[in-house]
Each structure stands twice: as structure tokens, then as C-alpha cells.
Design a protein around this ligand. Structure first.
Ligand SMILES: Cc1cc2nc3c(=O)[nH]c(=O)nc-3n(C[C@H](O)[C@H](O)[C@H](O)COP(=O)(O)OP(=O)(O)OC[C@H]3O[C@@H](n4cnc5c(N)ncnc54)[C@H](O)[C@@H]3O)c2cc1C
Length: 527
């Protein structure tokens, strides 16, 4: 059997495309996912997120190369490997980014990506149950809601931010982005609403949609320069004449799949003993990510804690969740946050905060005993760029991720300014009743030199890698404004990897928007 459309990867983008492109019953669509179905209950119970980083069965668990600016540390990069992809393991924050992000995209890629058009797609996707003004959609397939329960520390963080002259912002996707507030989340009735729940569940029964799980695509097959199918471990999937393969493997796996298929920098492919189908120097380049540093403090028992005294509360939480889908187990962990300027002369925010009313150690991989709080701050508009390349021609081996954080001289001062502001917020009067003592970076770290040393010793990803199959108008770009891979026919890439520039915010909703935009172009090329 052959398919008109083969979608590789059922993540944020892949599920949107599977839904839209299988709407016509005459189009045979196959969605291929390397990971398992999304049955693990920790995926669906929001606080389960704190344990998901430990679960290798649903997580690629990548490691970067030793990073020169970060004391040669290898950073841990979780990515979802399950139906829903990273939207099944993420922190559920609903964020679109800044309108200027998309104005910059349009300048680089053309009017199909300008703010008015992409804004309308965000509204069409959104099923907001809490906000219903001109900035929001209320009837779309993606459930967006307020948190059902907000920890008192998260509210105190917002107050502390206001005490540091930040604006109290009840809606980061509304009239203005800057300020502090409680995040809206992709949840319904206290359960995670991943891309799989929003876009795949409603259409699973379509007879023209085949969903394969536990199957890792190794490469795209070609007849000349025309895509003809994909190679799975033990068999091939064939494309029907005129069909298309769409890679939706995310910012790490999609460039890897292109390279394994012979599309990429010729010299790199030859060094790996791979035939060069199309010499495309930018495949794997332009990797951008949000680098993040934390302030941690021992906190009052109002925090979410791992301690014997927390046991009665945990039991109450379990009962509230089981009976009403409510209570502390509906926390998305990163409950509050906001956007700020690293210096007042800037015209838009370049820092983002994520506030967690708990300790988090090593992305949740290390047990965090006691009551604590963690305030994250990241550089939203970094200029440093990294690369994804092949470590081996073996399709099952992870690729080489050289993130090159802080390799541009402008990035360290921005993160340093954010670090200082985060520390001021944690020391503000509104948080004083909850803060026992700062544990990280700790009272011994005061001078700029010490803070920079601490950044190099502890900074981590906040999970937004993009850009490794850059979309553009120029011949060097990997894909054109409709996601078509240059130099071959019948192949597109549609996921976080094609973002022309990183956006100033969390990346899940923008990736779904991006997939929807190209799905509309495919269904009606004149639109
Ligand atoms: C821990 C974490 C927290 C985050 N928190 C937030 C948040 O709160 N809010 C937010 O907006 N964003 C958040 N993000 C980012 C956001 O979730 C991602 O940017 C987004 O999901 C990326 O979408 P994608 O479609 O590009 O890739 P993914 O969603 O990662 O999907 C790629 C899919 O392709 C599959 N795949 C890859 N290679 C193959 C292959 N060879 N064969 C078959 N299948 C393959 C993968 O298994 C995966 O399912 C977070 C991410 C992480 C990891």
C-alpha cells in the first residue's frame, strides 16, 4: 500500500498536519512516530511532568557536546518521543511570542508569515475557557485555560515582580507581553492538552489515516531527486505518485534525517561515507535556543515539597484530582513568570521568567527533598548559534548537538542582567514571608565575575531549540516559505527546525501555528 502523505513524527507539528491533511477522505495519510502511544498517566496528570524527565521510554534524552562557554559541560536536552512529541512532556505554558517575532519572519520569509495572518491562526486554534476578548479564540481545538489551582508562592512571585517595577500582566498573549503574571496552560479539566489530544484524538478513526507508533524512520527514499518513500528498520513505506514526505521530527531529528537522506553539507556527508543527493550547506546550522539560569531558595511549607510533612497534603491532592480533576496535581510546575527588558533602552522584552514553587534539580532527574522555590530566567533573543551534525551514519545513533551557547559576546551580558533581576525579585518583600534563605547561587556569589562563573557552571536549556532547517527566500535556506526542501521534490520539513529566527517565548503553540499555516498552503495553494 502506498500513501499520498507520509508524516514523520507525531509531535506538536505532526499531529496538526495529520489532522488537516487527512480531512479529505481520498488522501491516504500515514503518521509514523518513533515513540509509543501516550498512555503513561504521568503525561496527562500535569504535575506528573516533574517525573517525566526520568522516563527514557518517552524521551529522547539527548546530550549536547561539551560546551566551551559552560565549563565544557554536556547539557541534558529532553525531547518527547511519544504521541504528541514534546507537547506530551512540556510544561503546558500557552504562549505565542511577540508580534515583532513574526514581523521579522515576514521580512525574512515573506507575507505568508506576517503577524496578521499568523495571529488569525493562533485565534483559530485556541479554545480558551478563561479569556474571551479580541485577543483570544474560544472555539478552537486547542484547549487553553487558567490553572485550576495556583500556589501562594506563585502569587507572591507576581507581587514581588511588581515591587521590582514590572507590570502586573494578566494576559501575556494580549495587548502587551511585558510584565509578570500567572501563565495560561494547555489543559482541559485539569488534564494536559497535548497536540495529540487536540489534533489527533478527534480524527483517529478516519479510515484514510494510518498511525504507526514505535517505528523510527531511518531516512527518506528517492527516485532520482523525487522522494519515493521512507525507510523503516525492516521495511519501506512507499509514496503514491505525486505524494509527499513531511519531516516533523523536531529541531534535533529533522536535520539528522535530512543528513541521513543525503541532503546536507556535502563534505560532512562524504566524511560519513554517505552519498550526496543535494549539497545543502545550512542543514543543521542556525541552531538557536533559550539558555537559562536559576535562583533557588529554601521556602516556607506553602511550597510544593518532598518532605514527611507534605504527605497529608499530597493525599488530599490525590483525592481532589481523582474526584474533580482539581488541586495541586493540576500544577504545571512553572505556574508563573513574565517578560522583562535587560536594559531600559530596549524596545521589547528579551528576558523571560519561569517561577516554580518547588525545588527542581537537574530537570527533575534528581530527587529534590524539602520545600523550595526556583526562579528561572532566560535570554529570549540570543545571537549565539549552534549546529546539529551526524556523529555516525547509524540512523539509530543520536546526532551531535553543538549548542555553542554564549558564543556571541552580546549574550552573556543579557543573561547576567536577567540573573541580577531574578535575584532582586526573590529578595523582594512580597516573597519574604516564604523565602528562608537563598541556596543558589548562594550568599557567597556577589560580584559580576562570581555571577558569570556561576552561569558557566550551572546554566541549562529551557527547551526551545529551533532553526536547524531554516526557512527562507534565499537559495541557501533549507526550505522555502511552504516548507519544501530545496534541491529535491516531494519532501517538506515542518516543525520547530524551520523557524527562520527563534521567537521570544515558549515554542509549542508557535509550532502548531506554523504547521497549520503550511497545511493551509498545501490544501489551497492560492490562499
Ligand atoms: C521539557 C520541555 C518543556 C517545555 N515546555 C514548554 C511549555 O511549557 N510551553 C511551550 O510552548 N513549549 C514548551 N516546550 C517546547 C515545545 O514543547 C516544543 O518546542 C515543541 O513541542 C516542538 O514541536 P516539534 O513538532 O518541532 O517537535 P516535537 O514535538 O518534539 O515532535 C517531534 C516528534 O517526532 C518524533 N520523531 C523524531 N524522529 C523520528 C523518526 N526518525 N521517526 C519517527 N518519529 C520521529 C519524535 O519522537 C517526536 O514525537 C518544552 C519542551 C520540553 C522538552
Amino acid at each position: 500500500m502506498s500513501f499520498h502523505i507520509i508524516i514523520v513524527g507525531a509531535g506538536s507539528a505532526g499531529c496538526v498536519l495529520a489532522n488537516r491533511l487527512s480531512a479529505n477522505p481520498a488522501t491516504r495519510v500515514c503518521l509514523v512516530e518513533a515513540g509509543p502511544p501516550d498512555r503513561n498517566p504521568l503525561i496527562h496528570m500535569p504535575l506528573g511532568l516533574a517525573l517525566l524527565a526520568r522516563n527514557r521510554a518517552i524521551n529522547w534524552g539527548f546530550a549536547t557536546e561539551p560546551d566551551p562557554a559552560l565549563n565544557s559541560r554536556r547539557l541534558y536536552w529532553p525531547r518527547g518521543r511519544v504521541l504528541g512529541g514534546s507537547s506530551s512532556i512540556n510544561a503546558m505554558i500557552y504562549m505565542r511570542g511577540h508580534p515583532d517575532d513574526y514581523r521579522a519572519w515576514a521580512a525574512a520569509v515573506g507575507p505568508a508569515w506576517d503577524w496578521p495572518r499568523v495571529r488569525q491562526i493562533f485565534l483559530d486554534h485556541e479554545g480558551n475557557t478563561a479569556l474571551a476578548d479580541a485577543h483570544h479564540g474560544t472555539s478552537g481545538p486547542l484547549a487553553v485555560s487558567n490553572l485550576r489551582q495556583v500556589n501562594p508562592l506563585s502569587r507572591a512571585f507576581v507581587q514581588a515582580g511588581v515591587e521590582c517595577q514590572l507590570h502586573d500582566n494578566p494576559d501575556f498573549n494580549g495587548a502587551r507581553q511585558d510584565g509578570v503574571g500567572i501563565y495560561q496552560v494547555t489543559q482541559r479539566d485539569g488534564r494536559r492538552f497535548s497536540s495529540a489530544r487536540a489534533f489527533l484524538d478527534p480524527v483517529r478513526a478516519r479510515p484514510n489515516l494510518t498511525i504507526l507508533t514505535g517505528v523510527q524512520v531511518q531516512r527518506v527514499l528517492f527516485s532520482g531527486h523525487q522522494a519515493s518513500g521512507v525507510r523503516l528498520g525492516d521495511r519501506d513505506l512507499a509514496l503514491a505518485p505525486g505524494g509527499e514526505v513531511i519531516l516533523c521530527g523536531g529541531a534535533v531529528n529533522s536535520p539528522q534525517m535530512l543528513l541521513l537522506s543525503g541532503i546536507g553539507p556535502g563534505a560532512q556527508l562524504q566524511a560519513m561515507g554517505l552519498p550526496v543527493l543535494h549539497d545543502a550547506p545550512e542543514v543543521g546550522r542556525n541552531l538557536a535556543d533559550h539558555l537559562d539560569i536559576t535562583v533557588q531558595a529554601a521556602a516556607s511549607r506553602a511550597a510544593i515539597g518532598l518532605a514527611p510533612s507534605f504527605v497529608p497534603r499530597a493525599l488530599r491532592a490525590a483525592i481532589a484530582y481523582a474526584r474533580h480533576g482539581a488541586g495541586e496535581l493540576t500544577s504545571n510546575v512553572a505556574e508563573a513568570g513574565g517578560f522583562a527588558l535587560s536594559d531600559p533602552t530596549r524596545d521589547r522584552p528579551n528576558l523571560q521568567f519561569h517561577f516554580i514553587p518547588a525545588y527542581i534539580h537537574d530537570h527533575g532527574r534528581r530527587t529534590a527533598w524539602g520545600y523550595g522555590l526556583t526562579l528561572h530566567v532566560c535570554d529570549l533573543l540570543p545571537k549565539s548559534r549552534g549546529t546539529i551534525s551526524l556523529a555516525s551514519p547509524d540512523p539509530l545513533a543520536p546526532p551531535r548537538i553543538a549548542a555553542n551557547y554564549l558564543s556571541h559576546p552580546d549574550d552573556l551580558p543579557t543573561l547576567l542582567a536577567g540573573f541580577k533581576l531574578a535575584r532582586r525579585i526573590v529578595r523582594s518583600p512580597a516573597l519574604a514571608p516564604h523565602v528562608r534563605r537563598e541556596t543558589l547561587p548562594g550568599p557567597g556569589v556577589q560580584s559580576d565575575a562570581d555571577l558569570i562563573a556561576d552561569i558557566r557552571a550551572r546554566a541549562e536549556t529551557i527547551y526551545h531549540p529551533v532553526g536547524t532547517c531554516r526557512m527562507g527566500l534565499d537559495d541557501r535556506s533549507v526550505v522555502d516559505p511552504a516548507g519544501k526542501v530545496r534541491g529535491v521534490n516531494g519532501l517538506r520539513v515542518i516543525d520547530a527546525s524551520i523557524m527562520p529566527q527563534i521567537i521570544a517565548g515558549n515554542t509549542n503553540a508557535p509550532v502548531m501555528m506554523l504547521a497549520e499555516n503550511i497545511a493551509r498552503m498545501m490544501l489551497d495553494p492560492s490562499a
